[in-house]
Design a protein around this ligand. Structure first.
Ligand code: AMP
Ligand code: FE
Ligand code: FE
Ligand code: ZN
Length: 290
């Protein structure tokens, strides 16, 4: 397969643009990937594929292959679980309908949170909208940016540690399907599902073995184990489970531009795993640089 490989250089499989909560446009992000020396980069905005075309247009110009993807919001009770999907058909009706439902739910939830925060702090919904690009998937990062602009937090991380923390009293969850539905939707659209940063939880393991087994049976392809927010203990357990279940292991940065300290290419994925992902997918092909 190596002879057929059409990208050269490290692969980062998880990044965000201004289509969700990253700070760079999709085109800027691809140019940043080129500067970082990447051979391929996946664009995985939250619950949206709106950046695919602009990123694709930049692939040849920048010499970086773009792997189209998305980070689908799912949830188990109150814990959010992120499901990366790669190389799926972006027009698949079921997936499009579900992502629209999630984005609408995120918008209502952000409005509710801002209403509550505004009872105690000087902040408006317009402040938040001013931080999100048109049509962007709205999330706590945009509320964080509005708090920073008002001088109510020093940066996004401080806002997340304070007013936006899930225990702050202002937090509210948003609608999201369960992870099993997420895997089925992504596979149903010809895509390849990978469980994002599965060992980040500070509230105990959200993916017990039995649940993981059901995701694998439904077509889960891999686990994103090389990610700065995963906890070492959890990763060791999950690495063993990945071997047992025949799951691929991926590594990525979860780059958000200046919105997070994560740097492009700080974790990368074995190109052989990327080859398998491309072979497995039937919904879309990468946008090759050459
Ligand atoms: P939400 O999905 O609206 O609940 O917001 C969660 C998102 O905020 C995650 O996808 C992260 O990208 C981002 N995030 C979480 N913690 C931080 C942090 N400390 N600093 C910046 N962004 C964060
Ligand atoms: Fe994010
Ligand atoms: Fe995530
Ligand atoms: Zn992410």
């Amino acid at each position: 397969m190596a002879d057929a490989r059409r990208f050269r250089g490290p692969v980062d499989l998880h990044t965000h643009s201004s289509v969700s909560d990253g700070t760079e446009t999709p085109a800027e992000l691809v140019r940043s990937a080129a500067r970082a020396g990447l051979g391929a980069v996946a664009l995985t905005d939250h619950d949206s594929t709106a950046g695919w075309d602009a990123a694709a247009a930049e692939a040849v110009r920048s010499g970086v292959t773009v792997i189209p993807g998305m980070e689908l919001s799912t949830r188990i009770e109150f814990a959010s679980v992120h499901m990366l999907g790669y190389l799926f058909d972006p027009t698949d009706e079921a997936l499009v309908a579900e992502t629209e439902r999630i984005r609408a739910g995120r918008m209502r939830r952000a409005e509710d949170m801002v209403r509550r925060i505004a009872e105690d702090y000087d902040i408006t919904w317009d402040d938040v909208m001013a931080q999100a690009s048109d049509g962007a998937t709205v999330g706590r990062p945009h509320i964080a940016d509005a708090l920073v602009a008002r001088g109510l937090a020093s940066d996004r991380s401080a806002a997340f540690a304070g007013i936006l923390h899930w225990r702050s009293g202002y937090f509210q969850p948003h609608y999201a399907p369960d992870p099993l539905t997420g895997v089925r939707l992504i596979r149903g659209a010809g895509g390849v599902p990978v469980l994002a940063h599965p060992a980040t939880s500070s509230r105990g393991s959200v993916i017990p073995e039995e649940r993981l087994r059901r995701l694998v049976d439904a077509g889960l392809f891999g686990l994103e184990l090389d990610h700065r927010e995963n906890r070492t203990e959890g990763v060791e357990t999950l690495r063993a489970l990945a071997r047992r279940f025949g799951l691929a292991v991926t590594g990525s940065s979860d780059y958000h531009g200046s919105g997070k300290p994560n740097r492009l290419g700080e974790n990368t994925t074995d190109p052989a795993v990327v080859d398998r992902m491309i072979e497995d997918a039937t919904g879309a092909a990468p946008f090759y640089a050459s």
